[in-house]
Design a protein around this ligand. Sequence first.
Ligand SMILES: [Zn+2]
Ligand SMILES: [Zn+2]
Length: 327
Amino acid sequence: MQDFTIATFYRFSPIPKDSLLDVKNKLIEKAEALQIKGLVIMGIEGINTTLAAEKNNLDNFISYVSTFEGFKDLSIKFSSAPVIPFRRFKVQIRDEIVTLNRPDLLPNEKDPSHLSPQEWNEVLKKEQDYILIDTRNWYETEVGKFKNALTPPITEFTDFPKWLETQNIPKEKKVLIYCTGGIRCEKAQVEMKEHGYNNVFQLKDGILKYLEEFPQDQFEGECFVFDHRVAVDQELKPSKVFDLCPHCGQPSKNEITCVKCDTVAKVCERCLSAEAKFETCSKNCAHHYVMNPNKKIRKHTNSISVFRDSKKLILNNTKAASNTDYK
Ligand SMILES: [Zn+2]
Ligand SMILES: [Zn+2]
């Protein structure tokens, strides 16, 4: 069976406030007809989305989006997966299409501070005098990052500007910033310029585009994504390493056998080292462990579909996953 295609893109281009609802309804109608799944975040700033479908249908949908005024020539990051990593199609109207609590900032996707993956590689390999900063959250950078990048201990992008101020970076210093698909850096960059940093460059279209062109190069590990794949590897395939921890919802890769029911699961290091009850496959087994540590319970069905479903459930209940900004 052929894999499904996943497309990630954004565009900062004003949509009049009074036509947002109309655009939303049109997108829903088209997505239904073409069996598109995913999440569209839209607002007066534009559109930010990750979508998945069978390739032809997805191309049709993207062509349709391109017919809206200001949405021509979208720059798209592609990947693929054997299973659609979304349950449904959803459009959310928000004040910002990527949340920094600065709806007043207007990024310019075309300004020359955007480096292509090729240009980015050249700077990383040939220059020395720069600071490289990952603008993503701590649980994302733990899964993978560019070599030698600074990784802020932030849980939300809105905390990025505050963290940056604590770093005392000279304002004229060359700063390179990157994120998953480029959109967070669009806002970070304008914000930084406002604070006097005048030598800031961003990786155009983020890690996802970089990996399309340069797998196994300057990026190490895997790239966290906000859907059921959890992360994509260097070939942009769904992660075989990471799952979401059943207890805290963060990416996890330590395989354990549940002390309660013998189901194999992946639990994060933090939980594992915190309490014995977390050496279990689920919140349910952790609960039963606390009630009666020595009594075994029946093993869970461990088929792929159940596995997928539990992943979805976890996704819906976690910090990492409740932050559904597609970046
Ligand atoms: Zn955990
Ligand atoms: Zn269990």
